[in-house]
Design a protein around this ligand. Structure first.
Ligand SMILES: Cc1cc2nc3c(=O)[nH]c(=O)nc-3n(C[C@H](O)[C@H](O)[C@H](O)COP(=O)(O)OP(=O)(O)OC[C@H]3O[C@@H](n4cnc5c(N)ncnc54)[C@H](O)[C@@H]3O)c2cc1C
Ligand SMILES: Cc1cc2nc3c(=O)[nH]c(=O)nc-3n(C[C@H](O)[C@H](O)[C@H](O)COP(=O)(O)O)c2cc1C
Length: 576
């Protein structure tokens, strides 16, 4: 059997080598397409020449832990690549396997994201608990694995779960065949190197079966518009939802998706990804602090650019290890932002060094607050402007203030649809309890619009709230309209600053305990969206409490009841 080199499946991407003569009469896209086709055909011929007419690859298990879909998408990419390396990959989420099953596996690749404040994703929780258990069973050395972690350096618990999974598998006896990679938000390069390296290890290369031809490029099944190739959409409307006075400003944003085709099709529960740009006024302040005019030239991956325009697309806040290294500031305080470092003065800073220490700006996700059935060709968002004080100066979030203040009808913005793997409304007519204070209301407006458009008969109960009713009752007219028509059987509203006592949605759940339990007993699904730091955990505690109380159970039985809800996909969360 012929062994192919590890980079066989990505021959085109390696140094961009083309199989076509340089003067072949093709433009760039045509050249890529023909090259992909030729790569595929030559792979088949090479395999046949080697006498490999069979199509069996060796077994590979790919497991992912994913909250917003990236790790899942990368697993699919890995499966395709694995086929070109002689492996037939089976993909599933981490919770789909037990440690007993894992012990039978020989080749294992894990792509796992960290979510919350250093927590496992919903589809990796059970696996993570079992793995970290002090009584976890030993694993055999024949289990050969490597881990790719997805994370974000702006979180203190950077890649916590990937690190734990990697260390624990090794501790339990499995064989690590390649060091784990812990990716930041710009994961593409690290993932690509890890993927190639893994198949080049003796443990994988020596076990490879028959490689398959790579799928021709462009693969017609591949989407045209993705996170990396966003659709340029036009803004239709931006209007303020919250009232005047102190407090968070929340805006309603409407964006046209016409012309985006099927890649922009979405379902209630999905999120819209979008690429913001920095505020020009903030860039001016940044340049002043750095002592540059903005007219200086810098070199970017995409080519040369003026510093001022380059800064539109770099993160002006986050201090990363790359910042510390490029700017030679190893002791930069953890709680500061790059502007604070500049204000203190960074010796030897040149425009290029400045850029080299900044992380490219990342896309942001927003829960979609419209149903495509109610608003064909449009997508609506409900965006809270982030403003906070740090070291005595006001700071603001990049994307939320971009959407709130720097776009207007007619502006364009790069967008993509991020499908939710686990947060769509129930397909049947079961009762639905939705808990979404603040901007957490967004997906539930979409759910209710969808149930209305479909004349769905399932009962709906909305828990909503914020500081004050007069200022913060988002979508009041629509919600009251739905109460009047009966689409909303119940609303429970919690205003934390209106009365003597602070009341939150979790208090309303406790107040309505017996009714909530009765709904659950009738098969209701319960969905939570919004603040991950406090609200989601408080609601979860309240839920356990009322189930124990109203169901007359001890704490352990109440926990098992909640576990069953999760298992039956009746308890779902989309928190950020
Ligand atoms: C699946 C999903 C759905 C979402 N849906 C919505 C939605 O429907 N509506 C919505 O408004 N948002 C939503 N978000 C959040 C949204 O994606 C952005 O994170 C949010 O708008 C802030 O982005 P920004 O660019 O304005 O802020 P950034 O520029 O990204 O700033 C955020 C950073 O500021 C820093 N920071 C924030 N507060 C402080 C503080 N007090 N002190 C010091 N530093 C601080 C932190 O480093 C933080 O990481 C969602 C997120 C996810 C993952
Ligand atoms: C709500 C939320 C919380 C996150 N918490 C962490 C964290 O604690 N540590 C970390 O390294 N990354 C964190 N991240 C970043 C994700 O791990 C990263 O975006 C990853 O690519 C997401 O992968 P997924 O789309 O497969 O879920 C968080 C992201 C979100 C949206």
């Amino acid at each position: 059997m012929k062994m192919f080199p590890p980079s066989f499946g990505s021959a085109l991407s390696v140094a961009g080598e083309s199989r076509l003569p340089v003067d072949a009469p093709f433009d760039k896209t045509q050249r890529l397409f023909v090259d992909g086709l030729l790569a595929g055909l030559s792979a088949i011929v090479e395999a046949q020449e080697a006498g490999d007419t069979g199509t069996t690859g060796s077994a590979l298990r790919v497991l992912f832990g994913s909250q917003t879909g990236t790790a899942e998408a990368l697993s699919k990419n890995l499966r395709k690549f694995a086929a070109t390396q002689g492996f037939d990959a089976t993909i599933s989420d981490l919770d789909a396997v037990t440690l007993v099953e894992l012990a039978e596996v020989e080749h294992l690749l894990i792509i796992v994201a960290t979510t919350g404040e250093g927590e496992p994703c919903d589809n990796a929780k059970r696996f993570h608990t079992a793995l970290m258990n002090s009584d976890a069973q030993q694993l055999p050395p024949t289990l050969q694995f490597s881990v790719c972690g997805l994370g974000d350096l702006s979180y203190p618990a950077f890649n916590k779960i990937a690190k734990e999974v990697d260390v624990r598998l090794h501790e339990l006896g499995a064989t690590r065949i390649r060091d784990a990679v812990f990716c930041d938000t710009a994961y593409e390069d690290d993932f690509a190197v890890w993927k190639e390296d893994v198949f080049a290890t003796p443990a994988f290369a020596n076990a490879a079966g028959t490689p398959r031809a790579p799928e021709p490029f462009p693969d017609t099944a591949e989407p045209v518009f993705t996170k990396q190739r966003p659709f340029t959409a036009t803004v239709l409307d931006v209007r303020r939802l919250s009232g005047q006075g102190p407090g968070k400003v929340v805006n309603h944003v409407e964006i046209a998706l016409a012309g985006g085709g099927p890649d922009l099709d979405y379902r209630a529960g999905d999120a819209l990804g979008l690429w913001p740009v920095n505020d020009p006024a903030e860039i001016s302040a940044f340049l002043a602090a750095a002592g540059f005019t903005g007219a200086e030239s810098v070199s970017l991956k995409s080519g040369p650019a003026r510093l001022r325009s380059a800064l539109l697309r770099f993160d002006l806040t986050l201090v990363t290890p790359a910042t510390r290294k490029a700017w030679a500031v190893p002791d930069a305080p953890a709680d500061g932002q790059v502007i604070d470092l500049l204000r203190h003065g960074v010796p030897g800073l040149t425009p290029q060094v400045l850029i080299d220490g900044l992380r490219p700006l990342q896309s942001r996700l927003y829960s979609i607050s419209s149903s495509p059935e109610a608003h064909p060709g449009e997508v609506h968002l409900t965006v809270g402007e982030l403003r906070y004080d740090l070291h005595g100066t006001e700071r603001k979030g990049c994307a939320s203030t971009f959407l709130g203040g720097r776009i207007a009808p007619g502006s364009t913005v790069g967008v993509f649809v991020q499908q939710a793997s686990h947060f769509h409304p129930p397909e049947d007519d079961r009762p639905l309890i939705m808990i979404g204070p603040g901007t957490g209301i967004a997906p539930f407006r979409a759910f209710l619009e969808e149930r209305e458009a479909r004349n769905a008969t399932g009962e709906n109960w909305l828990f909503f709230g914020d500081r004050t009713e007069a200022r913060d009752y988002l979508y009041r007219d629509q919600i009251e309209g739905w109460r009047a028509t009966g689409l909303l059987a119940r609303t429970s509203l919690a205003w934390s600053r209106d009365g003597q006592d602070k009341v939150y949605v979790q208090d309303m759940i406790r107040r309505d305990a017996s009714e909530v339990f009765a709904w659950l007993e009738r098969g209701a699904a319960i969905y939570i969206c919004g603040d991950a730091a406090r609200m989601a955990a408080d609601v979860d505690r309240a839920l356990h409490h009322i189930i124990a109380d109203a169901g007359q159970m001890d704490a352990r039985s109440a926990a098992a009841y909640v576990e069953r809800l999760v298992h039956d996909h009746r308890y779902r969360r989309d928190v950020y």
